[in-house]
Ligand binder design. Structure first.
Ligand SMILES: [Zn+2]
Length: 480
């Protein structure tokens, strides 16, 4: 379906490019234009320029240029239509209506409104329930935080919510569609959430799409979430994201925690770039959503083993999306909520600073339980390390081999040999001589000329003067 030229024009006109870019780049007025550090390449002195008159931007460093729509596409990783929709929402232009079937939209609007009424109901219940209030105050949650996150309480009653909503004029089918009630075998309806503290789940625009409820005691299940429905789809949202992006000070860096309470506690203590994945493993669609707003993510899950396994699985997805991933370890098996409550925000900020890059974190895990005096253990270690380094480029591999050597006391060449042995083994097991990836691995056992060539290329690409002198002195045919 085509989007009308007028609509595109209107969206462009109402989204001033200086405003839009200012949301992610600090711009300074310089004459008729604005300048700042380019978001598309790394630089220390500003060469990124925005013209308010012409409503365009251009970077004199990397050459990126365009209008407000291309900026949003590049900066938030969106396609053309998604960028238009984002900009339309930003200035409250109805965009979906021209796209979606109007009836479908009206139905969705009603389900959103229903959720808002439910959130209000839970919120008011909380004001009047001592036990639920004690739950939050016992965890250091302030009244301000309760309001900000719209926390609430579901009554200890089979039809508390149902009765309230029917009185408001909603039909059972609508309430059922949002997953708030359950139909029994006999065809009776009853509330899904009973006697739980409630967390409304917002999408990135701040719309209530579902709910999570936690028991007040030790009964099971500890957490209960809305089932998938027209508004809520598991693994596609990030709890807290709407608050983070509203704040603007997140500097394209996010902290990912596991649960509601971790996220809320961090926000309350001033760590306002925290989001919760609401599940142990992050999904590709969550990673894509993150990539719109972030370049770096710091993962901070519970330090127990389950958490660590989840960490590794989820982290690969993040890394493949192009995010720089770090792992924050909370000491003594505590979760971030407990830790920040008992140690304060400065101690948590210190953990953030000490968060390890993903590869370093994995290498540290690979060392666990390895006795470097036993050769059988060394093979085991080499196997683990090989897997970790497999996807790195040769230059990164060199850096990490050096690190491993410094770290373990094994000579660099011995590390290469260990890796080489593992790889040759995999190689002959596979017998897939045409597989480039397998052959690529062979670079581990590396002739000196290759190493020298790579070092030269590295120098050329990082130091301008050397580039000149290398280009002037070595013919490209001299490279293998
Ligand atoms: Zn640039």
């Amino acid at each position: 379906m085509a989007i009308s030229e007028e609509l595109i024009q209107q969206i462009k006109e109402e989204n001033d490019i200086v405003d839009v870019i200012s949301e992610s780049v600090r711009l300074k007025k310089a004459g008729r234009n604005y300048t700042g550090l380019c978001p598309f390449h790394n630089e220390k002195t500003p060469s990124f320029s925005v013209s308010s008159d012409k409503q365009i931007y251009k970077c004199f460093g990397c050459g990126e240029a365009g209008n407000v729509i291309t900026f949003v596409m590049k900066n938030k990783n969106l396609n053309f239509v998604e960028a238009l929709e984002y900009l339309a929402n930003r200035v409250n232009i109805e965009f979906a209506q021209t796209y979606e079937d109007k009836q479908n939209k009206n139905k969705k609007d009603l389900l959103y409104k229903l959720n808002v009424d439910v959130a209000k109901f839970f919120f008011n219940n909380l004001l009047n329930n001592k036990k639920a209030n004690e739950y939050f105050s016992g965890r250091g949650i302030t009244q301000g935080t309760i309001k900000k996150f719209g926390l609430g309480y579901s009554l200890d009653n089979w039809r508390g919510l149902l009765t309230y909503l029917k009185r408001k004029g909603y039909k059972e089918e609508q309430i059922l569609e949002n997953g708030l009630i359950i139909k029994s075998e006999k065809g009776n309806y009853y509330d899904r959430f009973r006697n739980r503290v409630m967390f409304p789940v917002f999408d990135y625009k701040g719309k209530v799409i579902g709910f999570g409820g936690r028991v007040l005691d030790d009964s099971k299940p500890k957490y209960l979430n809305s089932p998938d429905g027209p508004l809520f789809i598991k693994g596609t949202h990030l709890y807290g994201l709407n608050f983070v992006i509203k704040n603007n000070s997140f500097n394209r860096t996010f902290i990912i925690v596991e649960g509601y309470m971790d996220c809320i506690a961090l926000h309350q203590y001033g760590i306002t770039n925290a989001v919760a994945s609401l599940g142990t493993a992050l999904t590709a669609s969550q990673a894509k959503l993150l990539k719109r707003y972030a370049d770096r993510v710091i993962i901070s899950y519970d330090a127990d083993l389950a958490g660590q396994m989840a960490t590794l699985r989820g982290l690969d997805i993040l890394r493949k999306t192009g995010l720089e991933v770090r792992v924050l370890t909370v000491p003594k098996g505590k979760d971030p909520d407990e830790f920040i409550r008992s140690n304060g925000v400065d101690a948590f900020n210190k953990l953030i600073d000490e968060a390890l890059p993903l590869i370093d974190y994995r290498l540290r895990k690979a060392k666990e339980g390895i006795d470097f005096n036993q050769s059988s253990m060394l093979i085991k270690y080499a196997k683990r390390v090989t897997e970790i380094l497999a996807e790195l480029n040769p230059i990164e591999k060199d850096v990490y081999v050096k690190k491993i050597s410094e770290d373990t006391g094994i000579r660099e060449q011995a590390v290469y040999d260990l890796l080489g042995r593992e790889l040759t083994k995999n190689f002959s097991e596979n017998r897939d001589m045409n597989n480039v990836e397998v052959i690529g691995h062979k670079l581990y056992i590396e002739p000196a000329y290759m190493k020298a060539e790579r070092a030269l290329l590295k120098i050329m690409s990082t130091i301008d003067e050397y580039y000149e002198s290398i280009v002037n002195n070595i013919e490209s045919s001299g490279f293998i």
